[in-house]
Ligand binder design. Structure first.
Ligand code: 7RM
Length: 650
């Protein structure tokens, strides 16, 4: 953060959509008044609120104390013992849900597998016994490097069942990324698969593990799930086939009672510099927050088919494909592959085939759908849909409206959910039956979450001004530390602004108390002393009919301090002419003012993104400034994008 000043907000959006009476009447939270009452109760007596929710789960031993808080160190449900795998599975086996679908999986090549709660329980118990037989013990770390197959949640839940801490590494990461993460966690085992299907090709996974393990002495065992049947080298004594081990494994494996603060998982996020940060989540608090947010935000009902399109290697998949939905006894759909394979209508086909009711995806995907064209969703009625969700980046109003009209057909509320790997669960979000939505706003904090927008000194900013998004009180699913580096945890999240958790994002609160997330403060641009959010300039650009996506960054400017460079991808079929560059500059001036006029527009076929779809503005900043990207690129999804950007420049 370069300046003490606040962030100027220039985006104006006045549309508002009330929940329909029909939706509200059956929703878990039915009205604004009900939300406000619960919010107030939770604010005034957080212990009672969280205790009541926690009581809906299964505990082997009840907690003695709800919260022990020594800033910034939290312990939730102190003295309690539970097992999240028990809460996801066993708890449902004594109810009618025993034979309900827990997971419906669709492979990219088209096969479908369904697991009932009973079946999933058996698989998890068997694999938990496999892990034990391989010597994996409570407290050990297990790295999981898999694609989106049902065996991935089986592996996670099996780890959780015996108290091993999982560390899932995106199937898209390289051997180098694997080495850093495996060594940081000192993992004793790796669970992987031969390969995964993506866009009709095989992405090889096991070979990357082989390459990495030469530099990872802590790993003693590798389990390989056979997905693609590719030719595979197996190292004798170290590598085992999943199917061979499972053949003789017993499906009797009682869940281990674990301390509420027992480490459940480590998940790495890229730091802007240096080694990746392993956020550590523990059991009890995480279970409670993911259970409740999944239920209220997605308004989960027993009849629903719920689909979150995230990769499980990202926190969204951990919390809202696996732990949140399964604790609720929901039916979660899981899809293995790409959204445009074999054609750009794959998602709509899946919604139609499985009669999906709740659909949760990312703005980056929505902008891709917009670019591919309306003809694809238009082919399908998608009458089953009743609720839509968005996560991962600020969703520009243009994309929000398209999502509402083209996918939701004007019938479905949209929940724009703001949260982070660090927060473990959704923090700011509409409750769909209670809170009216505004395109581009994540609306209000979830009950029990005390959020604010403040200056760097920690003072609340007036309505309408931008500032730093902070959380003022501990919440159950907060990350407990950065694994192995508590000092970095304190310094990264609890030092910048006194006494509160600083999320790294900028935001603005409007006169109705709605939060508008403005993106990472590291991305803020300072033009002639005005601090602008890149997201707002991008949002204006994307509102132009020819623009599909935009990324805006600053580069040093002798006069203004910083100038604006916009990287723009166009809707298919639009030529990139110089006249269009002028037109876009004028457009931004008209939409938000002369201050935000881009100095340069660069057309590109694609923007550099992480695997989870976030635009990597840092790399674009380096390209705009020095012509070359040099920083950490381990999380970059597609390297050819950078090469193309460099070529464009010449
Ligand atoms: C869930 C997830 C976290 C960062 C966060 C924000 C951005 C996520 C929204 C959003 C605006 C949203 N975890 N972000 N959701 N920005 N509106 N609804 O994405 O750790 O991978 O990323 O993502 O900048 O700090 S994450």
């Amino acid at each position: 953060m370069s300046s003490q000043a606040n962030i100027d907000s220039i985006l104006k959006e006045n549309r508002m959509f009330e929940p329909s009476a029909a939706f509200s009447s059956t929703a878990h939270i039915k009205s604004l008044e009900e939300y406000q009452r619960i919010f107030k109760e939770a604010e005034e007596n957080p212990d009672a609120f969280w205790s009541q929710i926690a009581s809906e789960l299964h505990w082997f031993r009840k907690w003695d104390q709800v919260l022990e808080w020594e800033l910034p160190w939290a312990k939730w449900f102190v003295g309690g013992q539970l097992n999240i795998s028990y809460n996801c599975l066993d708890r449902h086996l004594s109810t009618w849900r025993r034979n309900k679908a827990a997971l419906i999986w669709e492979g990219e090549p088209g096969e479908v597998r369904t697991y009932t709660y009973q079946q999933l329980h058996s698989e998890v118990c068997k694999f938990a016994n496999v892990l034990k037989s391989l010597g994996v013990q409570k407290g050990d770390r297990v790295a999981i490097y898999m694609g989106m197959t049902p065996e991935l949640p089986v592996a996670m839940l099996a780890c959780a069942r015996i108290g091993a801490t999982h560390s899932i590494i995106f199937g898209g990461f390289s051997a180098t990324a694997l080495i850093d993460r495996i060594n940081d966690a000192q993992a004793v085992a790796v669970i992987t698969q031969d390969g995964a299907y993506r866009r009709g090709n095989e992405v090889k996974l096991k070979p990357a593990v082989d390459e990495a393990l030469a530099a990872c002495p802590s790993v003693k065992t590798v389990v390989v799930y056979k997905r693609t049947d590719a030719e595979m080298k197996m190292k004798w004594g170290r590598d085992h086939w999943w199917h061979e081990l499972m053949e003789n494994a017993s499906d009797d494996c009682p869940a281990e009672p674990l301390d509420s603060e027992h480490p459940l998982y480590i998940l790495y996020t890229s730091g802007s510099t240096g080694k990746p940060k392993g956020l550590l989540h523990t059991t009890g608090g995480y279970a409670v927050s993911t259970y409740l947010t999944a239920k209220w935000v997605f308004d989960l009902k027993d009849e629903d088919v719920y689909w979150c399109t995230a990769d499980i290697g990202w926190v969204t998949g951990h919390s809202y494909i696996v732990y949140g939905p399964l604790q609720n006894g929901a039916t979660a759909l899981m899809y293995e592959g790409a959204p445009n394979h074999p054609a750009p209508d794959r998602f709509w086909q899946i919604i139609e085939r499985h009669k999906v009711n709740i659909f949760y995806t990312a703005p980056t995907a929505i902008r891709a759908f917009m670019k591919w064209g309306e003809q694809y969703p238009r082919k399908y009625a998608m009458k089953s849909l009743r609720l839509l969700g968005s996560v991962g980046e600020p969703i520009n109003p243009e994309a929000w409206m398209w999502y509402r009209e083209m996918i939701g057909r004007g019938r479905c509320p949209i929940v724009d959910t703001w949260w982070q790997t660090e927060t473990g669960a959704i923090m700011i979000t509409p409750l769909p039956g209670a809170i009216a939505t505004k395109p581009g706003s994540a609306t209000k904090p979830f009950p029990g979450i005390i959020a604010d927008v403040v200056t760097k000194q920690g003072d609340s900013v007036p309505a309408g001004s931008g500032g730093y998004l902070v959380i003022k009180r501990p919440w159950p699913s907060m990350a407990r530390t950065i694994y192995g580096d508590p000092d970095r945890y304190v310094q990264q999240y609890w030092s910048e602004i006194p006494g509160v958790y600083f999320a790294g994002d900028g935001a603005r609160k409007d006169a109705d108390g709605y939060f508008w997330i403005m993106g990472r403060v590291d991305d803020v641009i300072n033009v002639s002393g005005h601090r602008l959010s890149t997201m707002e300039v991008e949002s204006a650009l994307v509102a132009h009919p020819m623009v599909a996506e935009a990324a805006v960054v600053a580069r040093p400017d002798d006069i203004k301090g910083q100038g604006i460079v916009a990287f723009v991808t166009l809707e298919s079929g639009n030529a990139s002419a110089d006249e269009l560059k002028d037109e876009l500059k004028k457009w931004v001036v008209k939409e938000i003012g002369a201050l935000a006029r881009p100095d340069e527009i660069r057309f590109t076929d694609a923007l550099p993104k992480t695997r989870s779809g976030k635009i990597m503005r840092r790399l674009l900043r380096e390209i705009a400034t020095s012509g070359e990207a040099k920083g950490d690129m381990t999380t970059l999804e597609d390297f050819s994008v950078l090469a193309a950007l460099r070529e464009d420049e010449e």
